[in-house]
Write a protein that binds this ligand. Structure first.
Ligand code: HEM
Length: 106
């Protein structure tokens, strides 16, 4: 009984979560992330950064991710009543997170 339990634990630890990222397609900026920003987003956020620019979005990625989740300030983009088309779906926020985790692929 004791032996069987040990075996189970070792099987579970064989699973390597980072491999899942490598197998699934890693999002890229041009194809996956850039299309999520609408012109209204780019226009209204240019006082902060250029959401159409790979370099700018990479530089501010963590802050942008936080605001997409509504952490550290109002959730971005604002809802239509607030002048935006937000909020993003959970899937799109995860995509942005995966873009960061995947090493900011262009
Ligand atoms: C660190 C990240 C961000 C910060 C600190 C931030 C902050 C702000 C602030 C203070 C405003 C109100 C001022 C204004 O309208 O000019 C605003 C507006 C807006 N933000 Fe952001 N934002 C961030 C990210 C984003 C992102 C990622 C998007 C879109 C994907 C977005 C979309 C918008 C839009 C559409 C408005 C316009 C609302 C209006 O018509 O007044 N923002 N943001």
């Amino acid at each position: 009984m004791h032996r069987r339990r040990l075996k189970l634990v070792s099987l579970i630890s064989l699973g390597n979560p980072s491999r899942e990222v490598a197998i699934g397609s890693v999002p890229g900026f041009a194809n996956d992330v850039r299309p999520l920003f609408q012109q209204v987003d780019i226009d209204h956020m240019n006082w902060f950064c250029d959401l159409s620019s790979y370099d700018d979005v990479k530089l501010h990625a963590q802050e942008i991710l936080d605001r997409l989740k509504g952490h550290g300030g109002p959730e971005m983009p604002p809802p239509p009543s607030g002048g935006g088309n937000g909020p993003w779906s959970a899937a799109n926020i995860t995509l942005f997170q995966n873009w960061i985790n995947g090493g900011y692929q262009p």
